[in-house]
Structure formats: structure tokens, C-alpha cells
Design a protein around this ligand. Structure first.
Ligand code: OGA
Ligand code: MN
Length: 295
């Protein structure tokens, strides 16, 4: 079968057909999908009833698995998934929705803010692959924004102003903006800010993107209020409807996005009902700021 991709938004987002993710990809299929990612930035695969192992095997066609350590406040012994996938559900180890005031649940609500995965790591994520195992009855759409198109649409003065700016990213900034401010000493150490360029260039096609994320909370050489206002203005610009695609989930959809050229967020949903989403994360290969190479 040959892979075909149909574009669903004027700027980005493709729907793929002609591939079965339960089976190993041929080298040609892997190349076609990677080229599709470069071009469309987000790809949707429908009707993929896969296991955690099949999802991870598919992800590993595109790079190494990202080490999930340091990305949440869930204790190792409370992990529901042991397959190496990131648990993006609202469920506890017992398979039931976490209580509304559960600390890990409150922390995970940060996914409702526009972000790019792992921008809080010195080497941020390349691709994320999210599989819908149980769809919530109310809300829970995931929205994607094309950060190349958003960059292109900036005026020349703004492009010149931001070209070389370096931001500080931390999970404490994104969660702090929702009022989640209490961390253990160990978490403070784990969530120490890292540096990221505000404008990044895609390694495959050379287009520039706005590298924004709710994790960004400061800009080097700028006062915090000034930096946050600039980040807010740019985020408001980048998430206008013309740059955004809204994905409404169907059971067994798999959506794969390039964190180097998109942002995403999940919309609020019914927390009394389960939503089981599982993510495989492909590690990035280089930092956006050279001196940050060592972790
Ligand atoms: C993620 C994420 C959004 C969602 O998996 O990185 O932000 O729809 N999830 O759950
Ligand atoms: Mn995310």
C-alpha cells in the first residue's frame, strides 16, 4: 500500500492513509512519514487500534525515546503505565479518574495551556505521538498551532527584534501561571529553568518558527514583566484561528506532531469521566542554545 496525505488546514495538518501502525514500517514508509512531518508538521492516522508496544515501535522509526524523568510530579510508584509511554490520561493507577484536588492531576492540567513538549528540557522533544484509547464524552479536543506560519506573518520590525532572543523555560513557569506554586526541594532542582531560542530554524527545510511555550517565563536581558508581555503578545498572535487546527478525537486516532514547529493544547473536559491518552515521545537531537548541550 502506498501512503497518501490529505491536507486539512490551509497551512499544515495532514491526514494519512495507507499504513497499518500495528506492523513494522518499510524503510520507504518511514521516509514518507518523516517527509510528511517536515511538510505538514502534524499528521493524523485514523483507526489505529495499537498496543503500547506497537506505538513505541512506530515512534522509534523517527529517533530515540525521550527519557520521561523530570516531566511531572507523579511518583514512580504511582505510574499507571509501565510500557515507557507518557501517561496523558486523567487516570490513577486504579484506572479511575484522579480526584479533582489530586496534586498530580492539578499539575497535569497545565496541558490545557499552549505549549511545545519538553521545551523545559535542555534538548527538547522532536516528535510526540498521541494515541486515543478512551475518548472523553465532553470537551478534550486538542488544538494545534503552526508556528512557521505564525512566524512568517510577523512584521519585519518584530522579526528583527526577536531574532536572537533567548528565553528561560521551566515547568514552574507554566504551572505557576495556573497558581500551582508549591514544589519540594527535589522538584525545584528537577524543574530548574533551561534556555531556548525564541526563533528556531527547522533542520530539514530551514523554515523559521516561533518557539513559544507556556513554559517560557523570562527572556535574557529583559525585565520579567516586559518579557512576559512580549511572550503573551506573540502567543496571542500565533494562536489566532488562521494558524490553528482543532482536532476532535475518535477512538484509536493517533496524532503525531513536530514540537519544533508547532504548539498544542488540550481543551477542558469532563474530569469525572475517563480520558485515556498515551504518548510516545521522540527525543530531540540538539539544543536550541549551543552552550546547553550538557544535561
Ligand atoms: C501531550 C499533550 C494533549 C492532550 O500529550 O503532550 O499535551 O490532548 N496532550 O491530551
Ligand atoms: Mn503536550
Amino acid at each position: 500500500m502506498t501512503i497518501t496525505i490529505r491536507q486539512l488546514h490551509p497551512h499544515f495538518f495532514g491526514e494519512v492513509s495507507g499504513v497499518d501502525l500495528r506492523k513494522p514500517l518499510t524503510p520507504q514508509e518511514a521516509r514518507d512519514i518523516e517527509a510528511g512531518m517536515d511538510k505538514y508538521a502534524v499528521l493524523l492516522f485514523r483507526n489505529q487500534d495499537i498496543t503500547d508496544e506497537q506505538q513505541m515501535a512506530f515512534a522509534l522509526n523517527f529517533g530515540d525515546r525521550e527519557n520521561p524523568r523530570g516531566g511531572n510530579v507523579t511518583k514512580q510508584e504511582d505510574y499507571r503505565l509501565t510500557s515507557g509511554l507518557n501517561d496523558v490520561s486523567n487516570l490513577g493507577k486504579d484506572g479511575k479518574p484522579l480526584p479533582r484536588d489530586h496534586r498530580a492531576h492539578l499539575f497535569n492540567l497545565g496541558n490545557c495551556l499552549w505549549h511545545s513538549d519538553s521545551s523545559f528540557r535542555p534538548i527538547p522533544a522532536k516528535f510526540s505521538l498521541l494515541s486515543a484509547r478512551l475518548v472523553n464524552p465532553k470537551g478534550g479536543n486538542t488544538e494545534f498551532a503552526d508556528m512557521r506560519a505564525a512566524y512568517d506573518a510577523l512584521d519585519d520590525d518584530t522579526k528583527a527584534e526577536i531574532e536572537d532572543l533567548i528565553c528561560e523555560h521551566s515547568l514552574m513557569y507554566s504551572r505557576g501561571s495556573l497558581g500551582f506554586v508549591d514544589y519540594t526541594e527535589e522538584e525545584k532542582q528537577m524543574f530548574k529553568p533551561v534556555l531556548q531560542r525564541l526563533v528556531r530554524t527547522h533542520p530539514a527545510h530551514g523554515r523559521k518558527s516561533l518557539y513559544l511555550s507556556s513554559h517560557a517565563g523570562a527572556i535574557l536581558g529583559m525585565t520579567v514583566p516586559e518579557a512576559r508581555l512580549l511572550l503573551r503578545d506573540l502567543t496571542e498572535h500565533a494562536t489566532q484561528p488562521e494558524f490553528v487546527y482543532v482536532h476532535k478525537w475518535t477512538l484509536h486516532d493517533l496524532v503525531m506532531w513536530d514540537n519544533r514547529q508547532t504548539m498544542h493544547r488540550v481543551r477542558r473536559y469532563d474530569q469525572s469521566q475517563p480520558r485515556d491518552m498515551r504518548r510516545a515521545t521522540v527525543a530531540g537531537t540538539e539544543p536550541t542554545v549551543a552552550q546547553q548541550a550538557a544535561e
